[in-house]
Ligand binder design. Structure first.
Ligand code: KG4
Ligand code: ZN
Length: 337
């Protein structure tokens, strides 16, 4: 069974082909255009998707050695995400479906991130978590703790009440004058800094929920005060600032994850989403896992940030479960669970 996956929810255009659960290709075009603005500009993102979607899909089919007529279903991200971006992938998937007769399968982007743990690749065996597992989903738009009972049944037991973890990285990076997206840059600079150098607020949202907006504000005020005495403070302490900020975000994330694991009794622990690429978070999960006898699942780096492989694999499991999407489907920017 051949599934074509299409992802266009934010600023990456991606297409992937999965055959019987095995990834044959995963092609991605990023969008440099947003860098200079310090964040994603929705209008520019939609336009770039329009430019990329056909070459990217053509590339994915070519690398996989699959003709359009051999595709059994077209899986596409139907939300959450930027409406203009989602419309490009959705409309393209509809056109492909109409031209080839392959049915449509709408995929929730967040479910895609979680199920990235089930992507099989031809060259090696990747470990799959067993159900039920606990997934810390941390991206630029979302921070959630999810009990994953099966491919299709998820319970969100905690989530952010304001900013996502990736947003905390990106917004604080912007305050330091770093380009967008700041998360990977902070990760790199943090490796040469002292994580205990500075202390920032660790807001608690109650229960298993997260809150990051207080951290951003505390970071901003801290820098403003220090800069008043020393205008070169950021340049002189860049590595320590990044290491301390990253350490604080990881502490906040781990606090509720540990609580959730204790409350649910689940020891299969997975992490997903763009922030799961963070080297500090990955190491901390491995250390904590060893100490607490968790089985920890870290996605391969190429499957952490937005990609169509995770959409194709999710489409594969939805298709196997008999899910089909009507051709009058429209994307949803915000999805309630
Ligand atoms: O999953 P993703 O590609 O898009 C969304 O669905 O939001 O996540 C993007 C987010 C950005 O905020 C980016 O800064 C963050 O993931 N990110 C990282 C790292 N790589 C990407 N944050 C911290 N460390 C990284 N290495
Ligand atoms: Zn994402």
């Amino acid at each position: 069974m051949v599934i074509l996956g299409i992802e266009s929810s934010c600023d990456d255009t991606s297409a992937a082909v999965v055959r019987d659960g095995v990834l044959l290709s995963n092609v991605l075009a990023g969008q440099e255009v947003h860098r200079q603005y310090g964040g994603v500009i929705p209008e520019l993102a939609s336009r770039a998707h329009q430019q990329h979607i056909i070459p990217v899909t053509h590339g994915a089919l070519t690398v996989a050695g699959v003709r359009p007529g051999e595709v059994d279903a077209v899986a596409f991200t139907s939300g959450p995400g930027l409406m203009g971006s989602l419309l490009v992938g959705t409309s393209f998937a509809k056109g492909f479906s109409l031209a080839t007769g392959a049915p449509l399968v709408a995929v929730n982007h967040l479910q895609g991130h979680v199920l990235s743990h089930f992507i099989d690749v031809p060259e090696k065996r990747l470990p799959h978590p067993s159900f039920p597992f606990l997934c810390l989903l941390v991206s630029g738009g979302h921070s959630q703790l999810i009990v994953v009972n099966s491919f299709l049944h998820f319970d969100v037991i905690g989530e952010t009440i304001d900013d996502a973890a990736g947003e905390a990285f990106d917004k604080c990076a912007k305050v330091m004058g770093l380009p967008y997206p700041g998360g990977p840059i902070i990760d790199r600079l943090a490796t040469q800094g002292n994580p205990q150098a500075f202390r920032f607020a660790r807001p608690q949202a109650g229960g298993l929920d997260y809150s990051f907006s207080g951290l951003k504000t505390s970071f901003l005020y801290f820098l403003r005060d220090r800069m008043a005495d020393n205008p070169a403070f950021i340049e002189e302490h860049r590595h320590d600032l990044c290491a301390s900020l990253q350490h604080t975000i990881i502490e906040i994330l781990m606090h509720n994850l540990v609580k959730a694991a204790a409350q649910t009794g689940i020891r299969e622990i997975a992490v997903a989403g763009g922030v799961s690429a963070n080297s500090g978070l990955r190491q901390r999960l491995l250390d904590e896992g060893k100490m607490r006898r968790w089985q920890v699942y870290l996605p391969e780096l190429r499957f952490t940030t937005d990609n169509a492989a995770m959409i194709a694999i999710t489409g594969y499991y939805l298709f196997l479960a008999g899910k089909r999407t009507a051709p009058d489907v429209t994307p949803t920017a915000r999805i309630r669970h």
